[in-house]
Ligand binder design. Structure first.
Ligand SMILES: NC(=O)c1ccc[n+]([C@@H]2O[C@H](COP(=O)([O-])OP(=O)(O)OC[C@H]3O[C@@H](n4cnc5c(N)ncnc54)[C@H](OP(=O)(O)O)[C@@H]3O)[C@@H](O)[C@H]2O)c1
Length: 264
């Protein structure tokens, strides 16, 4: 079978939703899909600090079911359809200090944003994607799904491991219906959120930010490429995965970590 790929405007006519699309890698992914010609909707709780008027913004807290309902309703009412769903929202705000300082609330909060928010959104949009027999769902996980850090991010690591497993199972169910489900697991990304995490670890362990950064680097075993990823590097890869160039990719987890995970 011969394919004529046109990399310019390859997402023209597609409707895409990027959760957590106002900051960090979500913002970079939204801008990358926009540059490829898609109509892009972004969600977050707060209006973006640096708004891009070409992106459609929906305010919603996706850690509660009502937020998901709002987003699904607004997208399908305004755009009739959804072709690409990038579940990018996630992160960890848990305090440092190991298992004993984390309570149920910390665990539930982290599970809501990293696992249950994507599960609910997928459930909201899949009926429509199945009816149109096409769609791509991306789950942004983390290398912590395989390489848990115990200090402050154990709930996060467990939630991302759940997300990776769920993503594979969902793919098995819907691939034959024309939907591709994929997971992207980044290593360290150079965002404001990852800098804030170092500040929290430094504060709770009474060290400097440099020492906290080094302790996380050590726990990861170092980054062979020698630096964290830039958000645009994650976005470039997601731009490829949602494009027709990746039409035969389904049910796979892709690690993008500068070589951090030490095993094959
Ligand atoms: N940064 C890293 O080093 C790293 C490494 C591996 C994986 N990842 C993963 O990559 C993804 C993006 O991370 P990031 O660091 O780029 O994110 P980020 O900069 O912290 O941005 C998070 C985004 O999510 C929104 N958000 C937060 N809580 C929300 C809620 N309850 N409901 C709706 N939206 C909410 C934020 O806007 P509002 O605050 O206005 O709601 C913002 O747009 C996450 O899944 C993360 O786990 C990140």
């Amino acid at each position: 079978m011969k394919h004529d790929f046109n990399f310019n405007n390859e997402l023209s006519g597609k409707i895409a939703l990027v959760t957590g699309g106002t900051k960090g890698s979500g913002k970079a992914i939204a801008e990358r899909l926009l540059a490829a010609g898609a109509t892009v909707i972004i969600t977050a709780r707060n209006f973006p600090d640096e708004p891009n008027e070409k992106l459609h913004f929906i305010a919603a807290d996706l850690t509660i079911p009502l937020g998901t309902k709002k987003v699904v309703k607004e997208v399908l009412t305004k755009f009739d359809t959804l072709d690409i769903l990038v579940n990018n929202l996630g992160g960890s705000e848990a305090k440092g200090g190991g298992f004993s300082v984390l309570n149920d609330e910390d665990w539930l909060q982290t599970l809501q944003s990293n696992l249950l928010a994507p599960v609910r959104l997928d459930r909201g949009f899949l009926p429509q994607m199945i009816a149109q027999k096409r769609g791509v769902i991306i789950h942004i996980a983390s290398i912590q799904g395989k390489l848990p850090l115990y200090d402050s991010t154990l709930p996060y690591a467990a939630a991302k491991a759940g997300l990776i497993n769920y993503s594979k199972g969902l793919s098995n169910e819907v691939a034959s219906k024309g939907i591709r489900v994929l997971t992207v697991s980044p290593g360290w990304i150079n965002t404001k959120a990852s800098k804030a995490m170092m500040e929290r670890i430094a504060e709770s362990s009474n060290t400097t930010i440099e020492q906290a950064t080094q302790s996380v680097m050590d726990a990861l075993g170092g980054i062979p490429i020698g630096r964290p990823a830039e958000p645009e590097e994650i976005a470039e890869f997601v731009g490829f995965l949602v494009s027709p160039r990746a039409n035969y990719l389904s049910g796979t987890e892709f690690v993008i970590d500068g070589g951090t995970i030490p095993t094959v």
